[in-house]
Unconditional design. Structure first.
Length: 471
């Protein structure tokens, strides 16, 4: 049973991404209980893409609202990810997340909890609260050696693993007859495998159940992200610490939707809070339920951006710095470019944005340095990492994949979010680069005084997958 027992508690749901054709249909049945009455009621409606919709509103004073049944039907032509949240006075708690194929239904009742019905109305046998699927299984080989042993431990490298990621491991195959070649299916000595996760890897322990064994064995393992708690590996726990880290879901958890942002707190150890450059009515705003993690900052080209009033920690070497961002571009209403981050020192600068015409990421030299390995889709969340590698070159990673190198990067000690501005040569609101503001949203931005390692980049990709549901 789900209970709403105060006037500030409600139940809602949101879609991870916009529908293709049809919104999802829902109904929610509940009873209101007071000291003198028992009143059943039902609420019906449809989803609203990535904007949250209320399943059951808050009850009246001195009333307990008991949710008896919830039904969410995927009427769209493609699969949809549904996220059900308990809203406790603005604090959102995820209760359930499910991937619904077309014509499938997510159901809740007080006796059975949450489950999914297929297109025939039958309960899906492979539905589980953690979304375990054999299709996600990976495989590794474990070598027990040529001398009989009763236990073994080995390290398996997998960037998708964090210290909080549960892993299910099982035996796949036994050794070949000579006990020394690659494992196959000829023999099966039962072995119990247990996995202990760490950052970017896990230790696999093997315990033979029928006595000592030799040779190589294969083990299947499945990462269970649905069971994982909030990841401990993220922008603030890599090989180098950020000199600035802005996180909208953490900083604006309970901020009302549409609120202007006067200050975006820096969560790093340096306290480089980003302050709005514009006055009231001319600032970015908070957008709630903008992504799987929650809030984001919406920047419009017509609004001024944010900038730290100081930049302690700074960038000590213009040939060695990194930027991590979670960004979402909408159609750019600028002359040609929309910048999502800039890093400046004196008259030298580096800035990163999107080309209005080609939807390609680009750096300071714009078209001549646009990344051609792939285009950026509008209205889509991305994880972007930029690593200055020296000699005016930088490597860009999008959702964990390298998109190649770009040149003519500058170093700097001034950070600007969503608006091209150099304190020495460019002023607000009149700029030498006309209409250079970003149109879109940003959930996170982290600046590093040094080069992120390949392991750091892989961990940031895992963090983006777990926190924001990115591919």
């Amino acid at each position: 049973m789900i209970i709403l027992d105060t006037t500030t508690r409600s139940l809602q749901f949101v879609l991870l991404s916009a529908v293709s054709v049809n919104q999802l249909q829902f109904s929610a049945s509940y009873v209101d209980i007071t000291t003198t009455g028992f009143t059943p009621a039902t609420n019906t409606g449809v989803s609203n893409n990535t904007t949250a919709v209320t399943l059951a509103a808050s009850p009246a004073a001195a009333t307990q609202r008991q949710i008896k049944n919830v039904s969410i039907f995927n009427a769209d032509t493609v699969a949809a990810t549904v996220i059900v949240k308990y809203n406790d006075n603005g604090t959102l708690r995820i209760m359930m997340q499910a991937l619904l194929q077309p014509n499938e239904t997510l159901q809740f009742n007080a006796e059975q909890g949450w489950f999914v019905l297929d297109i025939y109305g039958a309960r899906k046998a492979n539905t589980s609260p953690v979304g375990i699927t054999l299709a996600g299984a990976k495989q590794t080989t474990v070598n027990f050696g040529v001398n009989p042993v009763s236990d073994l431990s080995t390290t398996v490298i997998d960037p998708a693993v964090t210290t909080q990621t549960p892993i299910l491991a099982s035996q796949h195959g036994g050794p070949t007859p000579d006990k020394s070649q690659a494992a196959d299916e000829n023999e099966m000595d039962p072995i119990l495998f247990i996995a202990a996760p760490a950052a970017g890897q896990f230790t696999l322990y093997g315990a033979p159940l029928a006595g000592p064994v030799v040779g190589q064995y294969k083990a299947n393992y499945i990462i269970l992200p649905g069971l994982a708690v909030a990841p401990t590996v993220g922008p603030n726990s890599l090989s180098i610490a950020p000199t600035a880290w802005y996180n909208a879901p953490k900083s604006f958890l309970a901020t009302p939707n549409g609120t202007e942002v006067a200050l975006w707190p820096d969560l790093s150890a340096f306290g480089n809070n980003a302050v709005a450059r514009g006055s009231a009515g001319n600032r970015p705003i908070v957008i709630q339920n903008a992504n799987l993690a929650g809030a984001a900052i919406q920047n419009q080209n017509s609004k001024l951006g944010l900038q730290p009033s100081a930049f302690a920690g700074g960038i000590s070497n213009p040939n060695s710095f990194s930027i991590f961002a979670i960004v979402y571009f909408t159609p750019q209403n600028v002359s040609t470019f929309g910048y999502f981050a800039g890093l400046f020192k004196a008259d030298d600068g580096a800035f990163w944005g999107i080309n209005k015409t080609t939807n390609q990421l680009h750096d300071s030299t714009r078209n001549s340095e646009a990344l051609t390995a792939g285009s950026i889709l509008l209205n889509t969340w991305y994880s972007i990492v930029i690593v200055e590698t020296g000699g005016g070159q930088a490597t860009v990673y999008v959702n964990g994949n390298s998109y190649g190198s770009i040149g003519n990067m500058g170093g700097g000690t001034i950070i600007n979010i969503g608006l091209l501005e150099n304190g020495g040569t460019r002023t607000i609101p009149v700029e030498t680069e006309a209409n250079s503001g970003m149109d879109g949203m940003m959930a996170e931005l982290a600046i590093y005084n040094g080069q992120l390692t390949p392991t750091d980049i892989a961990l940031l990709h895992t963090y983006a997958q777990q926190t924001y549901g990115l591919p």
